[in-house]
Design a protein around this ligand. Structure first.
Ligand code: SAM
Length: 266
C-alpha cells in the first residue's frame, strides 16, 4: 500500500530522534517517494544511520527543479543556487556556451540549460559516478580533470562548485557529511583552494574575451583567490563576491577583459 501523509508525524519523530534537523520535511519527502510501507521502513532505517536523503530517494531539488542524485555523488546544496542563478543571468546576456567544471550531479548545468534554452552547456567531472549521474540529468558531460578536456577560448560563462573545504576544517563539517559524503568532492587541500586555483587557470584558457567565471568559495578565500585571478589575467575591476543571509561568503565572479574590438563596438 502506498504510504500516506498520515505516516508523516510518526516518521518525523523518529528522524528527529536520529538527529535530522529538517525532520518534518524529510518525512514528507520519504512518504511521497516510497512505493509501499516496506520500502518506506527500509528508507527510514537508512536515513536514521545518517545516509543522505537524496541517495535514498534518488533525487534532490535545486532552484525548484528536480535533480537525480545517485549514491556516492555529491548532493547539490541550496547555498550554490545563487551562483547558478547569477550564471544564468550572465549567460542570457550573451547566450552562447557555458562550461560547468566539477559538475557532480550536473545541478548547475541542468539549471543553465533550463533557464537559457539557446545556450550550449557542457560539464566535466573526474568521478565516473558523477559523470553518469549528470548524464541522467540530461547534461553533456566529459570525464576528466577540471577544464582539461574542453576547447580553449570557446566559452562565455564558466561555473564551478568545486571542492574548497580546507583539509584541517573537515572536522567542523556535520558528522553525517564527514561519514558519508565523498572526500573527493570536498577536500580542497591545505588552504581549500588547490582545485579552485586550477579552475581559475582553466577558466582563463576556456573563456572568450569578456566571459565570466563564477566559482563557489567560503570563509575569506576571496582574498587568496584575488591573487590567482589577477595572475591569470582576469580584470581586477570586474570581480564580484556574494554572501548568504548570515553574511557568509558564498562565491566569486570574475571577468576576462573584453577584446579591444568589442569595447569599441559597445
Ligand atoms: C563539491 S562537489 C560539487 C558538485 C556540483 N558542482 C554541485 O554543485 O552539486 C565537487 C565535484 O568535483 C568533482 N571533482 C573532484 N576533483 C575533480 C577534478 N580534479 N576534476 C574534475 N572534477 C573533480 C567531484 O567528483 C565532485 O563531483
Amino acid at each position: 500500500m502506498k504510504p500516506t501523509a498520515h505516516d508523516r508525524a510518526g516518521l518525523a519523530r523518529r528522524l528527529r530522534a536520529a538527529g535530522c534537523v529538517a525532520a518534518h520535511e524529510e518525512a514528507g519527502e520519504l512518504v511521497s517517494a516510497a512505493c509501499d510501507q516496506d520500502e518506506l521502513e527500509r528508507w527510514v532505517r537508512r536515513r536514521e544511520t545518517g545516509e543522505p536523503l537524496a541517495w535514498i530517494v534518488g533525487r534532490s531539488w535545486f532552484c525548484g527543479r528536480r535533480v537525480w542524485v545517485d549514491p556516492g555523488v555529491y548532493v547539490p546544496r541550496a547555498q550554490s543556487e545563487e551562483l547558478a542563478r547569477r550564471a544564468a543571468r550572465l549567460l542570457r546576456r550573451r547566450p552562447g556556451r557555458a562550461a560547468d567544471l566539477c559538475t557532480g550531479s550536473g545541478a548547475v548545468a541542468h539549471l543553465l540549460m533550463a533557464e537559457v534554452p539557446g545556450a550550449v552547456v557542457v560539464g566535466t567531472d573526474a568521478d565516473p559516478r558523477a559523470v553518469s549521474c549528470a548524464r541522467r540529468n540530461g547534461v553533456a558531460v566529459v570525464q576528466g580533470d577540471v577544464g582539461g578536456p574542453l576547447r580553449s577560448g570557446a566559452f562565455d560563462v564558466v561555473t564551478a562548485v568545486a571542492l574548497y573545504v580546507p583539509t584541517g576544517a573537515f572536522r567542523y563539517l556535520p558528522g553525517d557529511v564527514q561519514r558519508w559524503e565523498p572526500h573527493v568532492a570536498l577536500d580542497g587541500g591545505a588552504d581549500g583552494l588547490e582545485v579552485v586555483r586550477r579552475v581559475v587557470a582553466d577558466a582563463a584558457r576556456l573563456l572568450r574575451p569578456g566571459g565570466w567565471l563564477l566559482t563557489e568559495v567560503g570563509g575569506d578565500q576571496d582574498r587568496s583567490l584575488a591573487v590567482a585571478l589577477r595572475g591569470q589575467g582576469f580584470d581586477a575591476d570586474d570581480v564580484v563576491t556574494w554572501r548568504d543571509e548570515d553574511g557568509d561568503l558564498r562565491g566569486v565572479a570574475a571577468r576576462m577583459p573584453p577584446s579591444p574590438l568589442s569595447s569599441v563596438r559597445t
